[in-house]
Design a protein around this ligand. Structure first.
Ligand SMILES: [Fe+2]
Ligand SMILES: [Fe+2]
Length: 209
């Protein structure tokens, strides 16, 4: 089964159960929050421009929007990112942190500022591509519902982030064509690990004798 079919099957299980569904939404809220935090922390103020600031603010807004949906479905217990109201929260954060570290390692020969700039661009590029795939499949699974409608604005902003970072990479990284398959491979392995964790979490454990 390819990763899209695996994710579709997992989403099918998740959206049938309100608790799981709220934990799923809260986990993506958490990832949006981690994205927001990463952007803010990774850029020195003297290098932070209006485009990057807009990106950070929009990721923060996505975190809040998904958090509100999680609370709408699951109630006030979903107000925080405590482990028991997330779905594979630790593994989700591992995906993001490992991607960041592995990309940073690719650019370690550059000076600090250029390394931070390339890491930001590549991590954003990879995460936005994946976010569009995951949110797109999730939205299709909820077609016609109020939640699907509420995802529209978020998806539009993610498409904007992807376009912006793609054009920036095309202009400012002459090695983009050579680097792209390498970093795509890194991200794909980390994403598969996360899907494996979701699989395990959602597979009913065999009853112990
Ligand atoms: Fe986002
Ligand atoms: Fe984004």
């Amino acid at each position: 089964m390819n990763t899209q079919a695996r994710l579709e099957a997992l989403i099918g299980t998740i959206v049938k159960d309100a608790q799981l569904h709220a934990r799923w939404l809260n986990t993506f809220s958490f990832l949006e929050y981690v994205g927001f935090r990463k952007i803010v922390k990774s850029q020195k103020a003297e290098a932070l421009n209006a485009t990057i600031l807009t990106h950070a603010v929009e990721e923060g807004r996505h975190a809040l929007r998904l958090k509100k949906l999680a609370m709408q479905i699951g109630g006030p217990a979903f107000e925080t990112y405590a482990a028991d109201v997330l779905l594979c929260g630790e593994e989700a954060e591992d995906y993001f942190q490992s991607l960041d570290h592995q990309c940073e390692a690719q650019f370690s020969e550059y000076g600090e500022q250029e390394c931070a700039r390339l890491t930001y661009l590549y991590v954003t590029w990879l995460v936005e591509r994946r976010a569009l795939e995951v949110y797109g499949l999730y939205k299709s699974a909820l077609a016609g519902t109020e939640i699907a409608q509420k995802l529209d604005g978020l998806l539009t902003e993610e498409i904007g982030h992807l376009r912006q970072v793609e054009s920036e990479l095309a202009i400012s990284d002459p090695q983009h064509a050579a680097r792209a398959p390498l970093v795509i491979g890194l991200e794909a392995r980390l994403y598969e690990t996360f899907l494996g964790a979701l699989d395990t979490a959602l597979t009913p454990q065999a009853a112990h004798p």
